[in-house]
Design a protein around this ligand. Structure first.
Ligand code: UTP
Length: 291
């Protein structure tokens, strides 16, 4: 079956960005001039995804408004001859993918947010894309997972090697041999292990391709780490009855889910954005002399 559907969970509280996220979703934080969630939707589209379900929560109206039209703004841009900006604005509405929304009433965990998509997924294989990570590679990471699925017909989770001292911030896999250069069999999936207990340095990085059987497991999933319904726990259970592979991502990952990563990503993207790159490069060089 073709992989056509994506879920973007965006109902978390975003506490690491308070106070910015008190009334605004963290997925709307911009990287230079584009909200994080737009990068994710663009990756989905570039990977051949047709239908996207965004799981939102309180204070998330801005996400729906962002992908909707804004006639007043469009009229003004037309009247003032700002055709470039008009095109940019309209392109977000005419993405060529269907975007749907549902709400998670309480931020009870990523597994709970994903479970809200059960009837949307309706028995098909699907992907989950988290706004915490932006990925750069020749082939979008989501497409890489879909290419794996076309060969294996099995669930596949994206992982990446991270510095050992950071493993406790991630879901981590215990690999069990390779079946292809970038594809591991997995013994266990462990959510946020202690550094000295981590089974490897291969961390789950926010792109998952799953078969729909995950919903039967999530339905009965008990709260795990932090009292939240953990997607990683459900994946570990599924791995006992059907194969779940880990795909090692070799491209560039930008972690925008914490302050430091967010600032670094903004600088990196600012250095390639045509409107900011020259001035920013000059500024950084000057600043470097003073630091
Ligand atoms: P995070 O733990 O990174 O997001 O969850 P958070 O909880 O919003 O952020 P902090 O830790 O408080 O700063 C990963 C993704 O899962 C979503 C989040 O929106 C984020 O995109 N999520 C998490 C939900 O949709 N629902 C939840 O109950 C938890």
């Amino acid at each position: 079956m073709k992989v056509r559907k994506a879920i973007i969970p965006a109902a978390g509280l975003g506490t690491r960005f308070l106070p910015a996220t008190k009334a605004m979703p963290k997925e709307m934080l911009p990287i230079v001039d584009k909200p994080v969630i737009q990068f994710i939707v663009e990756e989905a589209k570039a990977s051949g995804i047709e239908d996207i379900l965004i799981v939102t929560g309180k204070n998330k109206r801005a996400i729906e408004n962002h992908f909707d039209s804004n006639p007043e703004l469009e009229q003004d841009l037309e009247k003032t001859g700002k055709s470039g900006l008009l095109k940019l604005t309209q392109e977000i509405t005419d993405l060529g993918v269907n975007v749907y929304y549902t709400r998670q009433p309480y931020p009870a965990g990523l597994g709970d947010a994903v479970y809200r998509a059960r009837s949307f997924v309706a028995g098909e294989p699907f992907v989950i894309m988290l706004g915490d990570d932006l990925m750069k590679d020749k082939v979008p990471l989501t497409k890489q997972l879909i290419n794996d699925y076309d060969k294996t017909h099995a669930s596949t989770i994206a992982v990446m090697k991270v510095p050992h001292k950071e493993v406790s911030k991630f879901g981590v896999i215990a690999p069990d041999g390779k079946i292809a250069p970038d594809l591991y069999n997995v013994k266990n999936f462990v959510e946020k292990p202690a550094v000295d207990k981590a089974p490897s340095d291969l961390a789950i990085i926010g792109r998952y391709l799953l078969t729909p059987e995950i919903f039967d497991i999530l339905e009965h999933q008990k709260p795990g780490r932090g009292g939240e319904i953990q997607l990683t726990d459900a994946i570990d259970t599924m791995n006992k009855t059907q194969r779940v592979f880990a795909h090692v991502f070799k491209g560039e990952r930008f972690d925008v889910g914490n302050k430091e990563g967010y600032l670094e990503t903004s600088i990196q993207y600012g250095l390639i954005h045509p409107e900011t790159r020259d001035a920013l490069r000059k500024y950084i060089k000057e600043l470097g002399k003073k630091l």
